[in-house]
Design a protein around this ligand. Structure first.
Ligand SMILES: Nc1ncnc2c1ncn2[C@@H]1O[C@H](COP(=O)(O)OP(=O)(O)O)[C@@H](O)[C@H]1O
Ligand SMILES: [Mg+2]
Length: 267
């Protein structure tokens, strides 16, 4: 952890900070389509960073770049750098498997495996070679507790995860993420397919998880960004228009386009 001295007004504050992701002049093209333009963004440890902006502005593309999932699209080209814990993930010798064990992802539509609740959570640890039943049991319980769903499923760990409600499935997917003990959790509109009560549960969960993880969440819902995030980045047409503390973005944004978007004038 590095300690920085930051100027704030006239007073100097000592702020403990640690940068998890440092995105530097990132550009991304799908074929000829320039989807991300000169993105500079720093993601800090133990914060929730929200990415907001209208449909098609590059939010999903950006977070899929952070774990290099975007490279699954054959036409993708990038320039610039993304430093994860000070190493450029685009370096030729950077191990993408290693990155994926550090960076978990939760998608818009809950996507559990068609397996038992237990096997969903044990899947990642098993891939990493953990076979001992007692150890796996402990990981499964800890992960389900961490995702605030243990009490609801502890008596039916052998039932298929598909039998759960959408909100429960999404928390299973979060638990599956936690089981590999990630450093960062990427979430792409994780509550947009959920009912209001499940949404609230997942939002409360995100607040708890940020004590142990760094979370980057794409959300279409500005109230959600305002409720749960520490920082907010407003994307528009592939650019970051403004990035600041969430309360600043929602109370006194600097850019007119941010102001127009948060006041519902477009998007
Ligand atoms: N696989 C792809 N191939 C080509 N263009 C894509 C692909 N995925 C996304 N795009 C384009 O990139 C832009 C950003 O998309 P996306 O990141 O999904 O936006 P958002 O998540 O903000 O809605 C859009 O214009 C979209 O059509
Ligand atoms: Mg998207």
């Amino acid at each position: 952890m590095m300690v920085q001295t930051l100027e704030k007004g006239t007073a100097k504050q000592m702020v403990a900070s640690s940068i998890v992701y440092d995105t530097q002049k990132l550009n991304l093209w799908y074929g000829n389509h320039h989807a991300l333009k000169n993105i500079d963004l720093q993601i800090k440890e133990n914060e929730v960073t929200a990415i907001i902006g209208p449909s098609g502005c590059g939010k999903s593309t950006y977070i899929k770049t952070l774990n290099r999932m975007v490279e699954l699209v054959p036409t993708v080209k990038t320039s610039g750098a993304i430093l994860y814990r000070e190493r450029n993930i685009f370096d030729a010798n950077y191990g993408v498997e290693e990155l994926r064990t550090k960076v978990g992802m939760v998608f818009q539509k809950p996507n559990p495996f068609p397996k038992s609740i237990y096997d969903n959570i044990a899947y990642g640890p098993r891939i990493h070679g953990i076979k001992n039943k007692k150890v796996l049991d402990e990981i499964v319980e800890k992960s389900l507790r961490g995702a605030a769903i243990w009490e609801e499923v502890k008596d039916r760990l052998t039932t298929n995860a598909y039998s759960l409600s959408g909100g429960q499935q999404q928390r299973i997917c979060i638990a599956r993420c936690l089981a590999i003990e990630p450093d960062v959790i990427l979430m792409d509109e994780p509550t947009s397919a959920l009912d209001p009560i499940s949404t609230l549960k997942v939002e409360e969960l995100i607040q708890e998880l940020k004590q142990d993880y760094s979370i980057i969440i794409v959300t279409h819902n500005m109230q959600q960004a305002a409720r749960i995030s520490d920082k907010t980045a407003f994307f528009l047409n592939g650019e970051v228009v403004e990035f600041d503390k969430t309360d600043v973005i929602f109370s006194t944004p600097e850019d007119n386009r941010t102001e127009d978007y948060i006041s519902g004038r477009f998007g």
